[in-house]
Design a protein around this ligand. Structure first.
Ligand SMILES: CSC[C@H]1O[C@@H](n2cnc3c(O)ncnc32)[C@H](O)[C@@H]1O
Ligand SMILES: [Zn+2]
Length: 446
């Protein structure tokens, strides 16, 4: 830039040792800066040049950090943080039917969801997650917490053809959910989508209705699908078709559909996913803990299917840390396929970022560091002893880093984590509330 040219104004200029934009070609910028204006990414330039080009209200120096797109958790039940460790070491159906559903029947109400979601948002921000897609009762409370705290959220309202703590039946859930969708129609950080819970809790009529709404208004749909071999076998025995075949027959498999879990996958299932353009949320830690099975993530990606990452709820994980999820996904793929090159680090980083954005229908807005996209950013400190020596920052992010290395987080240009301190949440209060809930649930007086 010539000396007489005027520097232009930006809100924030962030200098980082590495900037990893997660774009095709896999470029990594070294000693560059990212300029943020009006919540959006303006440009990335070498640091020295950026200093001349921009006059910034705030300048941040991340000398030993990697700056990456904010991580995207494509499937969780945020409020279930309050049931973390409540029922461990059980298989899915025993865990749900004998422990989780009775506890939800007793405790889940508006206050539980607001408190549990606040705790979850704090944990997600402190582990570098800037967007989560949430499926839980009282989604209006989840939305309110996301509004207050500044995180980005996709609120996937739950539809079950039975009474739940939030809805009388499937139709009631649909009406409440659609009305919530209207409330957030113009919101920049929130969108409201369908979450029929699972093939074994939602009937054909309701699924067909959702398929029609979703197709008409291009609304994303997410659903637990093929979570266990038992689910698939039971569906075959009772209805003569695999759950994914049923979704296809009902018109529910499309590029707006996110199939959560997808263990017990056969070649015909892969063909249906590929043909329909549906996405998969891989939740390896929950699948491992509940002994649910393995999603063949590497095989699906090779077939051209978009696979993203989800933690599932903290009651089956038992955390919401996408760095742990990414590490587990990489290692599990190698173990299951017998191939050390299955899910290399770069591919897993894409699963946690751009693939997640694609799976949620938000690729135009988030998932990579490109001009015009929202400034949803995560800074990871790679300067510590456990990270040395550093040959490759992406290898370090997937195989060595953990939530504790996340230092700073921005969503839409607003800093929500600064040097590991939450800017919109009070940690002491969150811990106290969580302890109060544990006492209440354990039957102790508080
Ligand atoms: C309809 S709100 C969400 C509903 O789903 C339950 N849930 C949590 N984890 C899982 C899972 O892995 N598979 C199926 N259902 C799950 C949660 O407890 C709520 O009841
Ligand atoms: Zn789930």
């Amino acid at each position: 830039m010539a000396a007489d040219e005027q520097a232009s104004h930006v809100d924030t200029l962030i200098h980082a040792r590495w900037i990893i934009p997660v774009v095709p070609g896999g470029k990594v910028y070294e000693n560059c800066a990212i300029a943020v204006r009006d919540g959006k990414i303006l440009a990335i330039h070498p640091s020295a040049e950026a200093e001349k080009r921009y006059r910034a209200d705030q300048v941040v120096h991340l000398d030993r950090h990697a700056l990456i797109p904010g991580l995207i958790n494509t499937h969780t039940h945020a409020a279930m943080t309050l049931l973390r460790g409540y029922a461990d070491d059980k298989p899915l159906m025993e865990w749900l039917q004998e422990h989780i559903w009775p506890a939800e029947q007793k405790w889940v109400a508006s206050g539980f969801v607001a408190d549990g979601t606040r705790l979850a948002v704090a944990e997600m921000l402190r582990s570098g997650t800037t967007t989560f897609s949430d499926q839980y009762f009282f989604p209006e409370d989840t939305a309110q917490v996301a509004r207050e705290t500044g995180i980005r959220a996709q609120i996937a309202f739950p539809v079950i053809d039975a009474p739940t703590p939030w809805s009388r039946n499937g139709e009631d859930a649909l009406q409440k959910g659609l009305s919530l969708r209207d409330d957030y129609r113009a919101h920049d950080r929130l969108d409201v989508v369908f979450a029929p819970h699972a093939p074994y809790t939602v009937g054909d009529e309701t699924l067909e209705k959702i398929a029609v709404y979703a197709a008409e208004a291009q609304i994303p749909v997410q659903m637990h699908l093929h979570e266990t071999a038992t689910e698939v076998q039971r569906a075959l025995k009772e209805g003569g078709e695999r759950p994914i075949e049923r979704l296809n027959r009902l018109g529910l498999l499309s590029p707006q559909t996110l199939c959560v879990h997808m263990t017990s996958v056969e070649p015909s299932d892969i063909e249906l996913l590929r043909e329909s353009g549906a996405h998969v949320a891989h939740c390896p830690r929950s699948n491992l803990k509940l002994a649910s099975g393995f999603c063949p993530a590497s095989e699906l990606l090779e077939a051209g299917i978009n696979v993203a990452l989800g933690t599932d709820g903290a009651a089956s994980n038992n955390g919401l840390d996408l760095f742990a999820e990414a590490n587990t996904a990489a290692l599990l793929a190698k173990a299951v396929s017998g191939r050390a090159d299955a899910l290399p680090a770069r591919q897993v980083l894409a699963m946690a970022t751009i693939n997640g954005a694609r799976a949620l229908g938000l690729e135009d807005k988030i998932g990579s560091l490109e001009s015009g996209k929202s400034a949803d950013l995560t800074a990871v400190d790679l300067g510590g002893l456990e990270q040395q020596p550093l040959h490759d920052p992406i290898s370090q992010l997937i195989y060595t880093a953990s939530a504790h290395n996340v230092s700073d987080v921005w969503v839409a240009g607003r800093q929500l984590l600064a040097e590991r301190r939450l800017t919109t949440l009070n940690e002491t209060e969150l811990v106290q509330r969580a302890q109060d809930w544990r006492a209440r649930i354990a039957g102790l007086s508080i």
